[in-house]
Ligand binder design. Structure first.
Ligand code: EPZ
Length: 431
């Protein structure tokens, strides 16, 4: 298994470009099942999760391949395939995103129930009740969701809010089925995340009729068919936020290019509250400069436009060296704190009380061997390692490869001393 070996304490300097958004790319690739004719996607990041989605599409009779120019082209070749098997779904929860498109276009789906997850329970009940409102009959058995959409129709008004707010991939699923359902569907409490907005715009480019995009009320008027189209995925706001944190944590001077600052209001406001200097450069650049310890701050994760849960761990790493005490409250996944124990191994002082972490800032972190456990927790450990004194070894970096494209190259170009190693392979090579 690969690991990162990081020599910390080097302030990052320079320009870095963000990749396309993983969480927009995945439901959008799944939605290409809906298209008649080929779809071409530009700006798709080269990530493990994207490769998994291409494999799942292959299982579902969609030819999907990356071209020499980096774009991904998909085309349905066998519409009779409707089963997304456990072997693939278990490696990536976002596989559930094929459920809605399969029902929309093929009126049938068998999708393995996505399993548990280290960030806490991740039910799909809202996806299913939303689809049932569209006339889909759902049967759960043998670890699979078997859904029959023969009677798919506009669902009138349906509500997608849950105990922790709207569901992001649930909105994508219901929307992707509703666009081909005869009649009108009004989705109340739809997720407003930029990734859902991008999916909706992509569907409209294919011929769908959707009003209220970007608001919690989506009005969908079903159409008979959707045509393939060309689409450029939005930039990854979470990667951009992670890189800004890395710049601030190492007290460097980093310009993150190719981002959409308009989609990052909450993280940018938080950096400002922490006394970190962030400046807009051109239309799509953000320059972060930090020379001193950040100020402590209180953070609460919330649905968009609130502060994203996918940046909670990275900002916690930054607050670990703040000049005072901070409170980090997780309102989307109250158990998403797996990084605390690892940050503590690096000298962080953090106490967890229910869904809140109390972070007592220390002067500096110190390098240590740590274990990556989920994508964003891993990112937090890497950026903590960049700022820590001494050597940090981050094990199991396959988690980070799921969602960050060429992360060590990007950080290396900013001056970070980070190396990918594989001790097992090196031992075989040496023997
Ligand atoms: C998406 O997951 C993202 N994944 C996650 O990113 C992200 O953390 C999450 O949205 C929240 O922003 C993708 O887009 C592929 P939810 P999703 O359904 O759609 C509860 C990352 O690191 N809920 O919006 O699965 C649920 O338990 C990943 O890139 C129900 O109760 O999240 C949670 O508390 C991790 N019933 C809350 O809603 C349901 O049926 C939000 O979950 C569905 C969700």
């Amino acid at each position: 298994m690969d690991q990162f070996v990081i020599e910390g304490g080097v302030p990052l300097h320079g320009d870095v470009r963000v990749s396309g958004a993983k969480n927009a790319a995945l439901p959008m690739l799944a939605a290409s099942i809906l298209a008649e004719g080929p779809c071409r996607f530009e700006g798709m990041p080269d990530l493990r999760d994207i490769r998994t989605m291409l494999e799942i599409l292959g299982e579902l009779g969609v030819q999907a391949a990356r071209q020499q120019d980096g774009s991904i082209v998909t085309e349905v070749v066998d519409p009779s395939r409707v089963r997304a098997p456990y072997e693939l779904v278990k490696t990536m929860r976002a596989s559930i995103c094929v459920l809605g498109p399969l029902l929309g276009r093929r009126r049938r789906a068998e999708v393995s129930f996505p399993g548990g997850c280290v960030i806490g329970p991740r039910p799909v009940d809202l996806h299913l009740t939303g689809l049932e409102a569209l006339g889909v009959r759902v049967d759960v058995g043998g670890g699979y969701i078997a859904a029959d959409g023969e009677d798919l129709r506009g669902g009138g008004e349906l509500y997608l809010g849950g105990p922790f707010g709207p569901t992001v991939t649930g909105t994508a699923n219901v929307l992707s089925a509703a666009v081909l359902a005869p009649g009108t569907t009004v989705i109340q409490s739809a997720a407003c995340e930029p990734e859902v907005v991008d999916l909706a715009h992509f569907l409209v480019a294919m011929g769908a009729r959707i009003d209220g995009i970007g608001s919690p009320t989506l009005v969908v008027r079903g159409v008979e068919r959707l045509q393939g189209t060309t689409w450029r995925v939005i930039p990854d706001r979470i990667e951009a936020g992670t890189l800004l944190c890395a710049g601030a944590l190492t007290r460097g001077d980093v310009t993150v290019r190719g981002c959409d600052p308009g989609a990052m209001t909450a993280p940018l406001a938080l950096l400002e509250r922490m006394g970190v200097d962030v400046e807009r450069v051109d239309e799509d650049g953000l320059r972060v400069r930090a020379g001193a310890r950040p100020r402590p701050a209180d953070v609460v994760t919330l649905p968009y436009p609130g502060f994203p849960t996918d940046l909670q761990a990275q900002f916690m790493a930054l607050l670990c060296v703040a000049d005072g005490n901070s409170f980090v409250t997780e309102k989307i996944y109250p158990e998403r704190f797996i990084h605390i124990a690892e940050l503590q191994r690096m000298g962080a002082r953090i106490r967890k009380e229910g869904p809140t972490a109390i972070v007592q800032g220390v002067e500096r972190l110190s390098g240590a061997p740590v274990m990556a456990s989920d994508l964003r927790a891993s990112a937090a450990l890497v950026i903590a390692g960049l700022a820590a004194e001494g050597t940090t070894t981050v094990e199991r970096v396959y988690h980070i490869d799921r969602g960050y494209e060429r992360i060590e190259e990007k950080l290396g170009a900013l001056g970070a001393r980070i190396e990918r190693r594989n001790p097992a392979r090196e031992a075989v090579g040496a023997g």
